[in-house]
Design a protein around this ligand. Structure first.
Ligand code: A2P
Length: 340
């Protein structure tokens, strides 16, 4: 293990990129230098994060030879074009986009679930960070799967706009203001207005009628946790800034009582926080629990009254932190602690 590492953050002006830098600082990641990379238009821009001043550089002209680990979060097209450039210059890539996720020889890692798979990075120099909705679901259900195998998951998501980046955050703010002022709403990022609305489409439609976000949950659950698990997802965008919520219904091989599930999750620790009381407000909510937290919050645990070995739960987590930036930094920590 080297003492200190040079890190590049690609997409450093974006919602996830900014959070990556914040978490590297919060976790006191052993870095020499963090290089902030973005498009040409951001070249020279000064950014202050937790009292540290950084200058953004243009990705086009950057020399990856200076870097040990490159964390990409600037969209799939940028990963397609530049991830291999970083690898050729001996940087290890942690990619937050979906571009490499489904390639067999590229590990797709949630450290609490399949951290050991990271060793496969040696084949390609690339590690993929999963989709935000998949990460929080798998963290919450892994300890249950360890006790009684999950056969099938029905999941409906309620996803925050920050998952679509800074432009989407602005779009929700602007639409709320325009709505209150009785002005015409401007619609650019989403297919319909997101203010005071609920949109049952995330990412593009696939041939089977599911959206790509939904199929990501199917493919990634199988790749990360267990290929035998069947997943039936509906993913929905809601007018929330930060924090995805998920109503998850599990069909298990053997029945476990709800109280036992609560005990399993409570004693598991490892990033899971149980908020489950049968009182008003005794459950996690995006705007309350997620703000500065890297945890996955679980509540509303109940036995499914319509099937013999079913468990229902409500899972909430900050999509920009555990769903993206924090998970990527955890991967970087696994790397330096075990392989570099
Ligand atoms: P920039 O601000 O210079 O456009 P978000 O997901 O929040 O929308 O952020 C997207 C990130 O990807 C931003 O940091 C953005 O930088 C970066 N990005 C977009 N296009 C490019 C590009 N062609 N080269 C490098 N970075 C890019």
């Amino acid at each position: 293990m080297k003492k200190k590492y040079n890190i590049a953050v690609v997409g450093a002006t974006g919602a996830v990129g900014q959070m990556m830098i914040k978490i590297l600082l919060e976790k006191k990641f052993p870095f020499n230098e963090i290089f902030l990379l973005a498009s040409k238009k951001s070249n020279g821009k000064k950014i202050n994060i937790l009292g540290n001043q950084f200058t953004v550089q243009s990705l086009d002209e950057f020399d990856f030879k200076k870097v040990d680990i490159a964390m990409f979060s600037a969209g799939a097209d940028i990963s397609k074009k530049y991830a291999q450039v970083a690898v050729k210059n001996n940087a290890i890539v942690i990619d937050n986009t979906s571009f490499f996720r489904y390639e067999e020889n590229i590990p797709l890692i949630v450290p609490e679930v399949n951290g050991d798979d990271i060793i496969k990075y040696k084949e390609t120099g690339i590690i993929s960070n999963p989709n935000c909705s998949t990460i929080q679901m798998l963290v919450a259900i892994k300890p249950i799967h360890d006790v009684s195998k999950i056969k099938r998951i029905n999941v409906c998501t309620y996803q925050a706009v920050s998952g679509s980046g800074n432009l989407a955050i602005e779009e929700l703010k602007n639409q709320v203001t325009d709505f209150v002022n009785s002005e015409k709403l401007k619609i650019n990022v989403y297919p319909k207005q997101i203010a005071f609305n609920v949109i049952p489409q995330i990412d593009m439609f696939m041939e089977n009628g599911y959206t790509k976000e939904e199929m990501k949950m199917v493919w990634e659950t199988k790749k990360i946790l267990d290929n035998k698990i069947e997943v039936n997802p509906t993913t929905v965008r809601v007018p929330v800034f930060y924090g995805h919520s998920e109503a998850i219904h599990l069909e298990l091989e053997k029945r476990i009582e709800a109280s036992k599930v609560k005990d399993i999750l409570k004693s598991y620790g490892n990033g899971i926080v149980l908020v489950d009381e049968h009182i008003n407000g005794g459950y996690p909510c995006a705007a309350n629990e997620c703000e500065d937290s890297n945890n996955v919050f679980v509540g509303r645990i109940r036995e499914d009254i319509s099937c013999s070995a079913g468990i229902n739960m409500w899972v909430v987590s900050n999509n920009i932190r555990k769903g993206a930036a924090y998970n990527s930094v955890q991967i970087a920590e696994l790397l330096i602690n075990n392989y570099l």
